[in-house]
Design a protein around this ligand. Sequence first.
Ligand code: NAD
Length: 267
Amino acid sequence: MDLGIAGCWALVSGASRGLGLGCARALAKEGVNVICVARREDVLAEAVMDLQRSCPDPATRIIGVAADITSAQGRQRVFECPDGPGLRFDIVVTNSGGPPPGDFRDWTEETWLAAIRANMYAPIALIQATVDGMAERGFGRIVNITSGAVKAPIADLGLSNGARSGLTGVVAGLARSPLAAANVTINNLLPGAFLTDRLRSASSARAQAQGTSLETVLQERTNGVPARRLGSPDEFGAMCAYLCSQHAGYITGQNILMDGGAYPGVL
Ligand code: NAD
C-alpha cells in the first residue's frame, strides 16, 4: 500500500534506538524526510547512516540532530537545524526514555517534575510548536509513543503512569478540537513488551536482582504475552507509519495498544 506521504517532513525523537528508530525506519521507507533526534551523537550518526541505506529513494533526507528533546534548548536546536524544515513538519513522532521505576514514597517534587517534563510536557511542546502550521496546510499527523501502562498501570512505574496519563488527557481534548477538521490527527501508540535496549537493560537488572539469567527473565516476559513473543520495533514502526499516512485521516484521539494481547480487558 502506498501510504501517500513521500516527500513529507517528519520529526522523530528518541530515534537512535528501539521504538523511535523503528518508526523512523518505517517512515524513511515511505520516502518521508526524517529529522532524527537523540542525545548521543555517535549512536545517532550510526542510526542515520543505517536509515539512509535502507531508503528506497536516495533523495530521501535523513538528518540527525543530537539534542535532548525534553529541554527547550534541545527542541530549539531541532527547529533551527539548517537543513530541516524549521517548524513546517507534516509528521511528529514524540518519544524519549521513560522515567525510572521505584517506590512512590521516595519520589520528591523534583522527581515528579522531571517525569512530567520528559513524558508529558515535551510532547505537548512539540505539538504546540507544529500543529497550527499543519492545520493551515491541511495535513498533519502526530503520534505520541506512550505506554501500555496508561491502560493498565504498573505499581512501580508510577512516574510513567502519571505523566503519560496527563499527556493522554490533553491529547484526548486537543485531537477533537478544530484540528480534526483540518486533517490533523493526534494519536497515542501504547507499547506492551517490545524487545529494545530499554527492555533488555531493565530485564538484565531484574535478572541480577533475582540471581537468574537474562534469558529466563525474557522468557517470563514472553510467557505473559498471549502472542508468546515480544514485539519488534519494525512492527511498531509499521503501525506508526500507517497512522501517519494519508489513509488514516479518520483516526484521531485514539490510544492504540500493541501488546500481543496482554491487556485482558474488553475495551
Ligand atoms: P530505548 O531506550 O531502546 O530507546 C530510547 C531512545 O530515545 C533512544 O534513541 C535514546 O537515545 C532516546 N532518548 C532518550 N531520552 C532522550 C531525550 N531526552 N532526548 C532525545 N532522545 C532521547 O527505549 P524504547 O524501548 O524504544 O522505548 C521508547 C519509549 O517507549 C520509552 O519512553 C519507554 O518507556 C516506552 N515504552 C517502551 C516499552 C518497551 O517494551 N520497549 C514498553 C512500554 C513503554
